[in-house]
Design a protein around this ligand. Sequence first.
Ligand code: P5A
Length: 445
Amino acid sequence: MRLSRYFLPVLKENPSEAQIVSHRYMLRAGMIKQQSAGIYSWLPMGFKVLKRIEQIVHEEQIRVGHLPLLMPTLQTADLWRESGRYDDYGQEMLRIKDRQGREMLYGPTNEEMITDIFRAHVNSYKDLPLTLYQIQWKFRDEVRPRFGVMRGREFLMKDGYSFDIDRDSALHAYNRHMVSYLRSYERMGLTAIPMRAASGPIGGDNTHEFLVLASTGESEVFYDSAVTDLKLGAREVDFDDRAAVAGICEEFTSVYARTDETHDEALFNAVPEERRKVGRGIEVGQIFYFGTKYSESMGANVVTADGSRVPVEMGSHGIGVSRLLGAIIEASHDDKGIIWPEGVTPFHVGIVNLKQGDAATDSACNALYAALVGKGLEPLYDDRDERAGAKFATMDLIGLPWRVTIGPRGLANGKVELTSRRTGESEEVSLEAAVDRLTQIYAGV
Ligand code: P5A
């Protein structure tokens, strides 16, 4: 993409309504525009990152055998009356009437609707296990929408629902989600720590939240610092091997890490003092095992091997897709702007032409652009007739992890400059070497 043809409405000044850095940078980098409290338009750059995050979530769900589908945002009140949640959900639910006066709602979550789909089509234990998921907009009329996309009213969630024949199988689905989430967050450059949590309106007694440590997080967290060293990495996992998957969950949850809702002072005090940490965290996902809460009230039964009928065992599992943009920026920025991890960056590399209109630099930039595209990379070429300082400031603000700067002086020696946004370190290399390095870097992402 050439910047001269892109829509990147960068703001020079800090917007006064933004209290935290991610909100400030998302507005300044022209990623989002507020349309009303907690409701945002996603401008091209923001939309691009949102899509990259969605893509990772899809890949990791499909890797473990979960099936994507899409449900509507609008649901009928009658469906929610079956589970008893229509009245329980309270003011957070946006209630709507259609022209016939029928009561509808904008879904804050989809346990009822997926249970309705299940009971209409699945009848036998032979069709289990089954996990269906979607990435779809939700609406929760939060009392205090704030911090931009972090606590929105309309927000994008990946919501998955698992159906199993018995408790052990359902707990395996829970564990499988935990491990697939760990991998998803790591691919986004995040350390998200699973912490035992409270279940709230979703229900059940087994639930973990995934928290990204950040001083601006809304949850207070208590943890053993050893938990931040745990990495899933590229290890091969057989997701049908219950013991292996449970073992990984054990590895990540046996080190003390809890939110204030479940914090246990006595257990915490057993952690060596120098490793005892209190901080704040951003909740980027939550998984729940709630057994037959919805299947019993809504009549979702299956025939077992011995011919009896039992309510199906369920869990639901969510990732805050739009919130993740804010969380990633909170975890990865400096005073000049965003620093995107390679896994989610909107463009792989920025190209800065120091002398736009100069035959040699223009043609080198074009050649670099074509070579990168040829390698499957997406560059953003700042081809505007601007001062070098302004071009660098824009690149730093929008936070592409790599920048190639091309100027007449370097070119005279056959060199361009490759700069890392994270370390600020630059190397003088040939144009071909820059392409090779970038290809290599992104091959490993
Ligand atoms: C799990 C999937 C559920 O709703 N039902 C379907 C379950 N869980 S949850 O924890 O309530 O939400 C899942 C994730 O969505 C994000 N989230 C939000 N993001 C932005 N703004 C909001 N107002 C908001 N509310 C929830 C969180 O990341 C949460 O973990």
